[in-house]
Structure formats: C-alpha cells, structure tokens
Ligand binder design. Structure first.
Ligand SMILES: Cc1cc2nc3c(=O)[nH]c(=O)nc-3n(C[C@H](O)[C@H](O)[C@H](O)COP(=O)(O)OP(=O)(O)OC[C@H]3O[C@@H](n4cnc5c(N)ncnc54)[C@H](O)[C@@H]3O)c2cc1C
Length: 453
C-alpha cells in the first residue's frame, strides 16, 4: 500500500514536500485554508519583490541623466501596480496548483489539525473529514507579530500584510523595525516618493549583518532623506486624525501619515491540536526538529517558518524536499543533510545586499583565522556601464587551504551574484576555482573573481 502522507499548510514547505513525495509514489493530501503557494505568494516574498521592482524602475528613471538620457519622469499608478502584483501572484499560484494536480496530489481547501498521532481532521465549508496518515507534515507558516502596545487598523497603522499595496500611498511612512523586512519597506516606499522615518532599536540597521554592509545601506538611506531614529524602541502609537504618532522609549516621537510594523513574526501553531498527538513546541510556539525535520513524534515532521529555522522560502522548500525523501525511505542511502549555515539570503534594497556562509564578525568572535578579500564595484567596467558602481564584493576563505567559507555582496544584482559564492561554499570549492573560471566580460561577476584573487 502507498505511504499516506498528509500535509497541513501549502506554502513553499508544504507544496514542495507534496510534489516530491507524490513523484516518489506517496498518496499525498494537502490541507490549505487560503491558497497553495502560501503566504510566500499571497503576502510575503512575491508581492514585496514585485513592488520593489516597480520602485527600482522609478529610481532608474530618476537617474536617467546619468545614462545620457533626457529627463524621464515616472509617476506611480496604484491601480496598475495592484493589477501587476495580482497578475504575477495568480500566474505563480496556478503554476503550483497545476504541478500538484499533475502529480496526483489531493488538495482539500480548509483548515487542518491533528486529532491523534496518525489522524488529521480537515474542516471545510462542506463539513469535517478525517484522514489517516502514515506520515504528517506541519507547515503552517507564521504571521506578523503584533505587540501589546499597538492595534493595527489596516488603514494607517499597518502590518506587512496590509502593505501590498496599502490603501493609499503614504505621504510619510514610519517603519518600525530595521530587520530585513523593515529595510525593504523603507527602500520600497522611499522609491515611490514617500517620506520615510525608520525606528532602529539598536545602533545599526540590520543588527544581524556585517557592520560594513549595514553602513552601506544606512548611507544610501541618509542620501535619500530617510530619517533614522537610532537606538529607539517604539512603545506606543497614537492615531490623531490623519496623523500617526509613534512614541519611543527614549522620549522621542516620530510623526507620519502611516505606521508599518516590521517587528518579526510568530508561528501558526496554536490551533494545530499538537497536544492530542503529543508533539512538543518550544516557548516561542515553534516545533523543534532534528536534522531530518522530524518532531519529537518521529512520523510527524515540521518545516518552514513553523520549524523556527531560517525564515526563508528557499529554506522551507528545501526542507520540504528533504522531508519527502525521508518519508519515502531514501535517506537510508548516502545523502546530504540540510546545512542552514550555508543558506544564501538577500535583501532587496538599493543597493541590493546578499550573503552566504561564514560572516567576518562571526569568524573573529570565534577566533577562527580567515582571509578576507574585498573589491569595490567602482573597479568593475560593467558596474560603470550600468551607471551604478555602488557597493563591493567580499570573499571569506580559509588562509591555509583556500576553501571558500562565505561572502557578502552589496550592489546591483547581488541576489543573483551570490549564487556563485553559495555554490562554492556548498561544494567546498577553493578561491582558485572562482579565479580560474572563464567568465563573461564585461560582467558584474568579474568582481567575484577579482575578490577571490
Ligand atoms: C514581507 C516578507 C517578505 C519576505 N520575502 C522573502 C523573500 O524575498 N525571500 C524568501 O526566501 N523569504 C521571504 N520571506 C519569508 C517567507 O515568506 C517565509 O519564510 C515562507 O513563506 C515560509 O514558508 P512556509 O511554507 O513555512 O509557510 P507559508 O508560506 O506561510 O505557508 C503556510 C500556509 O499554511 C496555511 N495554513 C496555516 N494554518 C493552517 C491550517 N490550520 N490549516 C490549513 N492551512 C493552514 C496558510 O494559509 C499558508 O498558506 C518574506 C517574509 C515576509 C514577511
């Protein structure tokens, strides 16, 4: 009899696991309460990057003169932008549905929860269905964290889910939180022409990142007129007529027309019936997993944001794929575990920021000897041709063996370029492997070879 695999949540983790498991012969059912594709398609990765791309086109037009063009003026058409986002999301969503259909995956539109270790309940508009499962994946994702000191109203006090696009273009947006999501929104709305204030709780935006990388972004924000409230923690928001006033713990206030909360997310684990199956959760509501993504109940897996690992769509998908292989017994053969330390990530600001592997600061903190080589894009012919020589490439390698351990890129197309470094880190390549690759000229990737030299 085929393995009965039931998945609750059809985001990147759930739909990837479903596709691979079905391909390998499992009888797969996904229970999804919104859309297959998940929050990644509905609210997070795709709509945000679509808006950033439109903002990028606007800033390109603002730089027209530097490219030898007459002045070009772009004005934002909110209706057209909304249609564009809907069009992209619908296209991607139908692609995921078609793929699942083609693999024979059954999709139940409803809400799922565990009833026991091997029983799942799906609640739909037609009633309740009970399913027996040999293996179960919990991949219900996360949602924006809302602090007790603020009540979003979807109108002027917004969460990230109200912002694609918001009801109107903010005249002055106060962004609370300077992690990856916060800085992307600062970039997006300042490209659209909104005045922006950013509340930064530490002394650096992107507190988890290389200080040199964060400084490059802060410089860009300041050059664009973004107001930075460094070392200020928001502790209240008042709505006064058409204005919002954000109160900070150091006594300062930031006034704007809209406020946007970007202070992290919380896992969707509270109504999954975990107690009924004795699945453990940690204090934050995440499900702890081992290197096979198994919970403490070994045939119940967890993946994606719910697993408390790196909250990235790419990581969720890879976990889904590994889980499908494990469920179908493939991991009794030689295989590679998922190494979260080697996940590439990007921040779609301007300049773009991307990194992978060992960070310089972490190496110093642990006392590990490293070789750091850095090349600015101002030395790259292609960056000059493109009219954007901001940023740099930094490669971190082992000084004795030459093995590539990590890298950071700040600049145009950093999210694409980091793939070369990610491949080098994953495949244990050496700096000479990058240096001796015959690359295209002129291309931004040449800066990678120069930095690896
Ligand atoms: C603003 C923003 C931008 C982002 N941009 C990027 C990016 O550029 N690149 C990147 O890699 N990551 C990005 N992320 C992170 C990324 O969106 C998440 O890491 C990813 O979506 C996690 O995938 P998932 O499968 O865990 O969950 P999700 O995509 O959240 O999917 C979970 C699904 O489960 C469903 N569900 C929940 N509970 C139930 C239930 N009880 N029954 C049935 N269905 C249920 C939900 O409806 C949802 O469809 C971004 C996040 C945010 C907030």
């Amino acid at each position: 009899m085929a393995v009965r695999f039931v998945i609750i949540g059809g985001g990147p983790a759930g739909n990837t696991a479903a596709t691979y498991a079905a391909r390998l012969g499992a009888e797969v059912t996904i229970i999804e309460r919104d859309i297959v594709g998940g929050a990644a398609h509905l609210w997070d990765c795709i709509p945000s990057k679509a808006m950033i791309a439109t903002g990028g086109a606007m800033s390109m037009s603002a730089r027209a003169r530097t490219m030898g063009l007459e002045k070009m003026e772009a004005t934002l058409d909110f209706g057209a932008l909304r249609e564009r986002i809907d069009g992209i999301c619908t296209h991607l969503r139908s692609g995921v549905s078609a793929l699942l259909d083609s693999q024979g995956v059954r999709i139940i539109h409803g809400s799922g929860r565990l009833k026991g270790p091997h029983e799942v309940v799906a609640e739909t508009t037609d009633g309740i269905e009970e399913l027996d499962a040999d293996a179960i994946l919990l991949s219900t994702g996360s949602r924006p964290r809302i602090p007790e000191w603020c009540q979003p109203d979807g109108e002027r006090i917004l969460t990230t889910r109200d912002a694609y696009p918001p009801p109107e273009l903010p005249e002055h947006l106060v962004v609370i939180g300077s992690g990856v999501t916060g800085v992307e929104f600062v970039h997006m709305f300042s490209s659209f022409g909104s005045a922006v204030t950013l509340i930064v709780s530490r002394q650096q935006v992107l507190p988890q990142k290389d200080p040199e990388v964060a400084a490059a972004l802060e410089d860009d924000f300041l050059a664009r007129g973004v107001r930075l409230y460094m070392g200020a923690r928001a502790e209240g928001i008042d709505r006064i007529g058409d204005e919002v006033v954000v109160r900070c713990d150091d006594g300062r206030t930031a006034r704007g027309t809209h406020a946007l909360l970007c202070i992290g997310s919380i896992p969707n684990s509270e109504s999954l019936g975990l107690e009924g199956a004795a699945v453990e959760v940690d204090a934050g509501g995440y499900i702890p997993i081992n290197h096979h993504c198994q919970s403490n109940v070994r045939h119940i897996y967890a993946a994606g944001d719910l697993s408390g690992k790196l909250p990235l769509s790419s990581v969720a998908s890879m976990q889904g794929r590994k889980i499908a292989e494990h469920v179908m017994g493939l991991h009794t053969r030689e295989h590679r575990h998922l190494d979260y330390d080697k996940a590439a990530s990007a921040i779609f600001t301007e300049p773009e920021i991307a990194d992978v592997g060992l960070a310089e600061a972490d190496a110093f903190a642990s006392g590990r000897k490293i070789r750091v080589t850095k090349v600015p894009f101002s030395a790259s012919a292609k960056a000059l041709i493109d009219g954007d020589p901001r940023g740099f490439v930094k490669i971190i390698s082992d000084p004795y063996t030459g093995q590539v351990l990590g890298g950071s890129i700040v600049g145009r197309n950093a999210a694409e370029l980091i793939s070369v470094v990610a491949l080098a880190v994953t495949a244990n390549l050496k700096v000479t492997d990058i240096v001796e690759s015959l690359l295209v000229h002129p291309a931004l990737a040449e800066a990678l070879a120069d930095a690896a030299e």
